[in-house]
Design a binder for this molecule. Structure first.
Ligand code: AMP
Length: 194
């Protein structure tokens, strides 16, 4: 929604890794062993992915699911300072575990165009086709309850410290993400337009 509403480029290391897995690169295959167990991929690999993405992108951009550790945040700070484009805002999308569990259970991805949909919101049931391109929908290999619990443990241990990290730098904005996509987007838009 940010990308469509503001014509801002977005980068998601998670999506990049899934793409690499699909095309069968060594990085994609190796990373899948960790992602399918709900573990974070080592900082070095993620920072390399983001750095090479940045080499071909200028102007404004949004990272989705990055940084996820203070090590990644430090590396990002260094790169952005060199480019003289410091980070303007870090959003924490806060949701209860039950909300996250429900969204993970409903999330499906299009194998053709990568569109992400929620069963009951964007499509009727798990057998539906992609509303954008008609492609087949499937669940992510890490969207199951067991892997979700591991991802939450990784979050608490390695990602939650970023809340204090960005609060100290005065760029943290917290959004109640237990609401509808339109409401969450409206909260983000208000901040982006300031
Ligand atoms: P996501 O699509 O953002 O939910 O990410 C899916 C999975 O990819 C995560 O559970 C991690 O295994 C891996 N991943 C994505 N982004 C990162 C990151 N910034 N640092 C480490 N691992 C990541």
């Amino acid at each position: 929604m940010i990308k469509a509403g503001y014509q801002i480029e977005t980068a998601s290391p998670g999506a990049m890794l899934r793409e690499q897995k699909q095309t069968g690169t060594p990085l994609g295959i190796d990373a899948d062993k960790l992602t399918s167990r709900g573990q974070l991929v080592p900082d070095r690999l993620i920072v390399e992915l983001v750095k090479s993405w940045l080499e071909t992108h200028n102007g404004s951009f949004v990272f989705d699911g990055f940084p996820r550790t203070t090590g990644q945040a430090g590396a990002l700070e260094e790169v952005l300072n060199k480019r003289k484009t410091p980070l303007e805002v870090a959003f924490s999308l806060d949701a209860n575990f039950s909300t996250i569990q429900d969204r993970v259970a409903r999330r499906m991805v299009c194998g053709n165009c990568g569109n992400i949909v929620s069963v009951g919101l964007h499509v009727g049931n798990a057998e539906s086709r992609c509303p954008r391109c008609g492609g087949p929908l499937h669940r992510r290999s890490d969207d199951n309850d067991e892997t979700l619990r591991q991802r939450m443990a990784e979050y608490r241990e390695k990602s939650e410290p970023l809340i204090a990290y960005y609060a100290e730098r005065g760029v943290l904005r917290r959004i109640d993400a237990n609401r509808t996509p339109d409401e969450v987007f409206a909260g983000i838009a208000t901040i982006l337009e300031k």
